[in-house]
Design a protein around this ligand. Structure first.
Ligand code: MSK
Length: 680
């Protein structure tokens, strides 16, 4: 055999070895339940995202951010090389312009997704306030009274004798609902909740002229500016991206969180289970998947209805199990303690168990392929939102309407029960089922890390100042099939805990933590440095605090604001020893979230990739230039160990700036100090 042929044979051997290694489920996920279901899917002849990720490569030019397809003269693919150091598109657009436009469009899509979710919540809230529906009501009246002034709504009224009386709750709710809905279509002025930010931050946004006007307006303006031949200045495009992203974090998402809390209850710590082992072989299994809690709240009620449970028994099932997937899961978990079947990359695999009678989807993060997977089993896919229909496979559409939501929910549960007897594939449910403690809204943290009788963030600040807690990290975001499922979340978070950094989490990251046992108080002595372990053990909290779903990243903004207001750690979010990360991000919403954290003053690191590599000047602006403007900036680090190192270095930099580089006890503030702070 010639040397050349030998080399070819060796190359083939090596590539088949590499393919085999790539196809090994242990290289795809660190979660044993996921690995087991990938194997079952293959045995059943079912293709999943894990297989496609191994066989289909991402487009390198799109991944670098410099593919422009905003007009029909392209797509123009710009690659900087030695031969062509200054490539431009047909119209002359530079890599910077193209990458900034693409980035801005991702912000717009992400902000739109969160905010349209928020709009739906506001509409249902208003219907509840006007008593146009009997299925929804006002549950958390304390929170309603607390937030009403932020919308300029009075909570008291004076009678003719001058006595101050509490206003009727439904009257307040209606006014709040009207004001909240008005935030979408406002043409001028400012979003009302921008003033919730620390004063210094709000003033900075004003100075930089980025306080959002109305939510819809900022998104529409991005679409206009990124149309062919409009905004050709990457800095100006990012300025508009900042308005839209802030309109997401401090309006669309924040309003969604607030109004959901008022209608369904503000989360407080509760226990729940997580992973595919939450499904039950002898019960009707229903999975609610997506993001909006409006319908899933009603499915909770319908699935617990004794009549419905009896009906399930007539079909041979022992009962009904309702579990969640993606952020709808976080919503029903944090308010009802109902289990989570899995995070984003497990949606197909839940169906592969052969035990899911119905997967009920609303909006966002729903893979089109679940319809194909479902067709290999008996699972019914039920779409419920007119914005999110599916053309592939056989799906049922039962449209959610807030005016008869419970009726819709009962119809869906009955459909699932009727499907129980149609199981046709082998049922195999992994045994993995972890316990977790969730529901750390910023109000709950107020009490758990704060005062016993009166909520306060002061004790948390004290522990940061004395160095027991080195800093705070927000670790959030998705799974990504281009990385090992859950791995980067867990490596990063464990590194942070070891270094006494307390972690706030949401979304699929929170679920990765839950599956790995990090969301229990018992995790503190196992994973934390001595300082953080001591704090967690003293107050009985997990070292990683589950704060909810993707829209609930707004809770992290509020928690950061409360820390600033409690004093002793600077005057702005950018002064805090804090950092953010999304190590396995994949959705456009993550880019919007990342950008509202950056513009709120947070050093924010993403993993996997960022579509900026093909435009070095633009990348430099995001990674360095924004720090001068906002005190927060973007970063990209693939390796989670290195990501942890950089986040801790940033936290230490902020500690040093605050004079906290040597641990010290906090000097207790007296009333005069507090008044000075308030006046500042
Ligand atoms: S669900 S946006 S995959 S976190 Fe909110 Fe998970 Fe990311 Fe969807």
């Amino acid at each position: 055999m010639s040397e050349e042929s030998k080399a070819k044979v060796e190359a083939v051997k090596a590539s088949s070895k590499a393919e085999k290694a790539a196809a090994d489920p242990r290289t795809m996920s660190v979660d044993p339940a996921t690995q087991q279901m990938i194997i079952k899917a293959r045995a059943d002849g079912v293709e999943t995202i894990f297989d496609r990720a191994a066989s289909m490569k991402a487009c390198p030019i799109g991944a670098s951010g410099t593919c422009c397809k905003n007009c029909s003269q392209g797509p123009c693919r710009l690659t900087i090389s030695a031969k062509n150091p200054n490539p431009i598109g047909l119209c002359g657009a530079t890599p910077e312009t193209v990458a900034a436009r693409n980035f801005a469009r991702m912000v717009a899509a992400g902000a739109a997704a969160h905010s349209d979710h928020g709009r739906g919540v506001a509409e249902t809230f208003l219907a509840a306030a006007r008593r146009e529906t009997s299925d929804y009501g006002i549950k958390d009246t304390v929170k309603l009274r607390e937030i009403a002034p932020d919308f300029g709504v009075e909570i008291t009224v004076q009678d003719e004798e001058g006595n101050v009386l509490d206003r009727d709750i439904y009257e307040i709710a209606e006014e709040v609902g009207v004001k909240a809905l008005g935030e979408w279509g406002k043409q001028n002025g400012e979003i009302l909740l921008a003033k919730r930010a620390p004063k210094e931050r709000y003033e900075l946004w004003k100075k930089l002229d980025v306080v959002p006007r109305g939510i819809d307006r900022e998104v529409v303006e991005i679409m206009h500016r990124t149309h062919m031949g409009v905004d050709q200045d990457y800095k100006n495009l990012i300025k508009q991206s900042s308005r839209a992203a802030l309109g997401d974090g401090w309006a669309g998402s924040m309003i969604a969180t607030d109004l959901q809390d008022i209608m369904f209850g503000t989360p407080y710590p509760t226990r729940g289970g997580i992973n595919l082992g939450c499904l039950n072989a002898d019960e009707v299994n229903i999975i609610v998947h997506g993001h909006e809690p409006l319908l899933s709240e009603m499915i909770v009620v319908a699935s617990q209805d004794p009549e419905m449970i009896e009906y399930a028994k007539t079909k041979g099932a022992k009962g009904i199990t309702l579990a969640g997937m993606c952020c709808t899961a976080n919503e029903i978990l944090q308010r009802h303690g109902l289990p989570i079947a899995g995070n984003y990359l497990q949606q197909e695999l839940a169906i592969v168990t052969g035990a899911v009678e119905a997967m009920v989807v609303d909006v966002q993060c729903i893979m089109e392929n679940i319809a194909n997977v479902a067709s290999c089993y008996h699972t019914k896919i039920v779409t419920t939102n007119p914005r999110a229909m599916m053309a592939s496979g056989e799906t049922e559409h039962i449209e959610f309407d807030e005016h008869h939501a419970l009726e819709d929910a009962k119809r869906i549960v009955r459909l699932a029960v009727d499907n129980f007897q149609n199981r046709r594939a082998e049922v195999m449910i992994p045994s993995q089922r972890e316990n977790q403690v969730v529901g750390f809204s910023y109000e709950a943290i107020n009490y758990h890390l704060g005062g016993t009788f009166r909520g306060s963030y002061v004790p948390l600040n004290d522990n940061i100042i004395n160095g027991r807690i080195r800093g705070i990290a927000g670790v959030v975001g998705c799974n990504n099939a281009r990385t090992v499922h859950d791995s980067s979340h867990l490596i990063l978070i464990k590194e942070l805990l070891k270094n006494d950094v307390i972690v706030l989490t949401t979304g699929c990251s929170a679920m990765a933590c839950g599956k790995a046992g990090l969301l229990t108080p018992e995790a503190a002595p196992v994973y934390c440095g001595s300082g953080l372990a001591e704090v967690c053990e003293t107050v009985g909290i997990p070292p990683v605090l589950h704060m909810g779903s993707c829209v609930d990243n707004s809770r992290i903004l509020m928690a950061a604001t409360e820390v600033v207001k409690a004093g002793g750690l600077g005057k702005d979010i950018s002064d805090l020893p804090a950092a953010g990360a999304a190590p396995e991000w994949m959705s456009e919403k993550a880019i919007s979230i990342g950008h509202y954290f950056v513009t709120s003053g947070v050093y924010t690191v993403f993993g996997v990739t960022l579509p900026v590599e093909g435009a070095p000047v633009f990348k430099d602006y995001l990674f360095k230039g924004l720090e001068d403007l906002y005190g927060g900036m973007w970063d990209l680090v693939e390796d989670p160990h290195e990501m942890a190192r950089k986040m801790i270095a940033h936290i230490d930099k902020k500690r040093a700036a605050l004079g906290l580089d040597k641990g010290k006890e906090r000097v207790l503030m007296d009333m005069a100090d507090r008044q000075k702070l308030d006046a500042a």
